[in-house]
Design a protein around this ligand. Structure first.
Ligand SMILES: *Cc1c(COP(=O)(O)O)cnc(C)c1O
Length: 384
């Protein structure tokens, strides 16, 4: 959806200048000796993959990471030329798509390596792949104990070139798990050595997500894969005590007051009557609800920023509406701005909502639904 003047005023405002700031700030912190992959999966964590990728490309990013080929196709169609890695590999039948759109895929099972090899052979061509090594996360990846056999099997698929090896950390953000992160790094290095001995020559050796890149200099390999850091979303991931780059929130979630009403003391509001006024109250209705990805779990718990004040979300959040208690804010009018995320000095952060819901800020921004228009600040600079 694009933003127009005759629309509901509920929108996610994405500050591409803040995104660019976070990239450069991370790069000065981590250093110029490694390359940078921007992870733009899940529509850039809800921020809009096309716009974010265009801006990061203009800022000199080296690679993009997506979860699935469909996401790579979307940014290619938007004109992105930078290499794109499909971090979650591909599904049977998508081999052609990878080839057609110039997407590089992660491989962790020999079946898919074979089907890709076959597809490419039929075209008389060859293709680069990155092999994912499981060094302890035990999600997807070639088990570090089985790397040697895998490296040899890949040798027989001559039209697949091993361009990179990667692994993924399970808890790089947690200083209490530093030993385990160290073990993952060591297992990865051993796997790289085995691949070299088997005659492969991968250019890219990458391990680090945002917490790895920031907290574990020895995990940086020759490329780091940044997601959360670029979106300014790691304040609830990395402990405050860990040295880290200055980062700014990129996304604000805003709307306007649609309706204001006086409700006398002793009345209940909304579904389930979970809030009762204990004084004569001024209540504002905001046109946002759980269908927009503003979580119902924030009923009676959330906070929003209205005219310079933090005000409580009261009653049950419904599919399309949220109640705010604005009794303590002077001169509230229909049409006044409401920030569900954002406000002066990032008054409400995605992490603040996440804390109430026992999750992380990533889930909050990923969950903002397509019904919410995305509006971009700083888009002009993408065209440079
Ligand atoms: C999502 C993802 C990342 C980015 O992680 P952040 O914590 O957001 O920096 C990096 N690598 C892989 C393989 C991922 O799936």
């Amino acid at each position: 959806m694009t933003y127009g003047i005759n629309q509901r005023p509920t929108e996610a405002v994405i500050d591409l200048n803040a995104l660019a700031f976070n990239f450069h700030s991370s790069r000065s912190f981590i250093g110029p000796d490694v390359k940078y992959m921007a992870v733009v999966k899940a529509d850039a964590y809800g921020h809009g993959a096309v716009e974010c990728a265009r801006r990061l490309e203009a800022e000199g990013i080296d690679w993009f990471g997506v979860a699935i080929p469909e996401e790579g196709v979307e940014i290619r169609k938007a004109g992105v030329k930078t290499p794109i890695l499909c971090l979650g590999s591909f599904w049977p039948g998508q081999e052609e798509l990878l080839f057609e759109y110039g997407l590089t895929t992660v491989i962790y099972d020999i079946g898919r390596a074979r089907s890709l090899s076959q597809c490419v052979a039929d075209k008389g061509s060859e293709v680069d792949i990155h092999v994912k090594i499981d060094t302890g996360m035990h999600r997807v990846g070639v088990d570090f104990r089985e790397v040697e056999a895998f490296a040899h099997e890949l040798k027989s698929l001559e039209n697949l070139r091993i361009d990179g090896l990667l692994t993924h950390f399970s808890s790089a953000e947690d200083p209490q798990e530093d030993d385990f992160t160290g073990l993952q790094i060591q297992r990865f290095r051993e796997a790289c050595e085995i691949f070299r001995k088997a005659g492969h020559d991968p250019e890219w050796l990458d391990m680090a997500n945002s917490p790895g890149a920031i907290a574990h200099p020895d995990s940086r390999g020759n490329m780091v894969r940044l997601g959360g850091a670029l979106y300014g979303l790691i304040d609830d991931i990395i402990p405050e005590t860990t040295p880290q780059p200055e980062l700014k929130p990129v996304l604000s979630l805003r709307s306007r007051i649609a309706y204001v009403r006086h409700v006398p003391a002793g009345e209940t509001l909304g579904y389930g009557r979970i809030f009762r006024t204990d004084r004569d109250s001024l209540i504002a209705l905001v046109p946002i609800g759980y269908a927009d990805g503003y979580p119902r779990g924030l009923s009676n718990r959330g906070k929003a920023w209205v005219n310079g004040h933090l005000v409580p979300v009261i009653g049950r959040i419904s599919m399309d509406w949220t109640f705010l208690d604005v009794t303590d804010v002077a001169n509230v009018q229909i049409g006044d701005d409401v920030y569900l995320i954002g406000g002066d000095n990032a008054a409400v952060r995605a992490a603040d909502l996440a804390r109430e819901l026992d999750t992380i800020g990533y889930e909050i921004t990923c969950g903002i639904s397509p019904r919410v228009c995305r509006r971009y600040i700083g888009r002009e600079a993408s065209a440079l």
